[in-house]
Design a binder for this molecule. Structure first.
Ligand SMILES: Cc1cc2nc3c(=O)[nH]c(=O)nc-3n(C[C@H](O)[C@H](O)[C@H](O)COP(=O)(O)O)c2cc1C
Length: 144
């Protein structure tokens, strides 16, 4: 399958998740393209069998880097997507907001979502909980 991953990551927590997912998808023989949302044009999103969008919660919203990108996406009727979110508070607010935007406004179809609550090392990019890589590898198995 062709998988496109679009992410933004301020400290690298979300990027670590993306890298783990990328590695696992490649091990399984899939083609993966990774796009940094802050350096890309949403109108040029390449075709894919599944899109994975990854972004943190910031200020009770979707982190601005990926939010701007998602808002500018064209209509994506019926295209499948999965979500990754990291957040410091108990609720993964950005996850619900990304889903609302992509399913309701862009008409995409959600196939999976995963989120991690980060700890106080998040600002050093080391906030992910123990075992996050195994959780992500298992998550990938459920998608492809
Ligand atoms: C400016 C800013 C605002 C944030 N606001 C929230 C928030 O409202 N809720 C929350 O759960 N986490 C919040 N966080 C924590 C981030 O979601 C968390 O550190 C995340 O893992 C960052 O991911 P990244 O390293 O991929 O950017 C905030 C972080 C920053 C820097």
């Amino acid at each position: 399958m062709n998988i496109v991953i679009v992410y933004s990551s301020r400290f690298g927590n979300g990027k670590k998740c993306v890298d783990t997912v990328d590695e696992q998808l490649r091990i399984k023989g899939h083609e993966v393209k990774i796009i940094n949302a802050q350096k890309a044009d949403p109108s040029q999103l390449p075709p894919a069998d599944i899109y994975i969008f990854s972004g943190a919660t910031e200020a009770f919203n979707i982190a601005v880097g990926i939010r701007r990108y998602l808002k500018k996406l064209p209509q994506m009727d019926g295209k499948k997507y999965a979500l990754i979110c990291t957040h410091a508070m108990n609720r993964a607010i950005a996850l619900n907001k990304m889903e609302k935007l992509l399913s309701k406004k862009k008409k995409m179809v959600k196939v999976a979502a995963i989120d991690f609550k980060v700890n106080n090392k998040a600002q050093q990019g080391n906030g992910l909980p123990e075992g996050y890589e195994d959780s992500l590898r298992e998550w990938v198995e459920g998608i492809v």
